[in-house]
Write a new protein. Sequence first.
Length: 451
Amino acid sequence: MKIKSIIYISSLALLFSCKPVVDDFTPSNGTADFSKYVAVGNSLTAGYADRALYKSGQNYGWANILGTQLNEVGSGDFVQPVIESEQGVLPGKLVIGYPVDCLGNVSLGPVPANDGELDSWMNHIDYPVNNVGVPGAKVGHLLFSGYGNPANLPAGLANPYFVKFASTPDITVLEQALSMQPTFISLWIGNNDVLGYATSGGAGTDITPIRDFRVQFNYLAQNLFAGGSNGVLANIPDIASAAFFTTVPYNAIVLSDQALVDQLNEAYGVYNAAMESMSLPYRINWKLGANPMVIADKDMGIPIPQLNIRQIESSELVLLSIPQDSLKCAFWGTQFPVADQYVLTEDELAKVNAAVKSFNDVIKQTAGAYDLSFVDFNAIMNEMSKNGLVFDGVGFSSVFVTGNLFSLDGIHLTPQGNALVANYFIDAINDKYGANIPKVNITDYPPILLP
């Protein structure tokens, strides 16, 4: 009893001697002037998600989150070109549903959304905006007069998203940003200068030549920052860190019937013999279990067109855009090669990686030249794709849907992913300018909503 009394009294003494620790967080702008924040960029800056720019997705964009946090350190309201529809501006939005495949199997996955009428690009926005992120824009597009002119749409020389909020038909995105007289600017641009090539399997738009990228980016930065505006630049993530490029495995052809294995091996006997006769290393062989799919590869250079096929290497990437039912029911990858537009080969990946490195060198050098804050999203995304990251108790990875980072298009971000990105921007800005911008709690933002 005596011992118990001593313990009890000691506990009381400890309780009353310990004062609660109060977090004396005081917001501060440091050496930066945040009074007029303007965000310049592409779809990531605009708040694009799930293959669309729609109202709630736009509200959850990282630039809007950052703009809200900057209110605490002297910034005015962050005005966006508000999309008045949950369906978006152009068709294509995805939601989680229960698609039925060609075999009649029901699964949980992306399906076309039906969230009401589109907010047409013809519904022009007539108020000044702080967010001039334009989905689909490359660096050069921000400098192009007429990019917001509806008369240029039929020729593909205008962007319907910029048409929607351009203050005059021939103003450039750069001029639109400068018209706001910004004191602080975020610039995250350059992804599309390589992404269009990558998402088309090397069959679509070309990668912007490094010389053109350097000239255009330097001109953009000079006009945005030479007048003394503070700001933050971000670089281009490695495309292989995005779910769009890593979700479909290279060995997606699973064979469970030995008779079918034998038939396929016999059918490709002529191909294998032809490769041997030309002293080429390519062979197509099948076994029970998982097999690399057969792909078309125009860069093989074999004079007989139908022989420019091979089995994919484990280091090559299959794109999320590949029709899944064609693999399951139309004999793609076995009897018929997967088209080049759904695969990034080693040669194409080498071109992409070289461009990303060169572009990122330009961005980093520009940040140094104008004494700007800098976010290395390339390094961040590589770490996340390899090991995953945990913030505010939320786990993030590059895994499609369940990784919490990528929305249903596999490229753009979830609301929680945007909150994470906004916090990275805040960390970099605080570090550079001695500011004390409050970060957001990631759990305040929703993950991908399941039915």
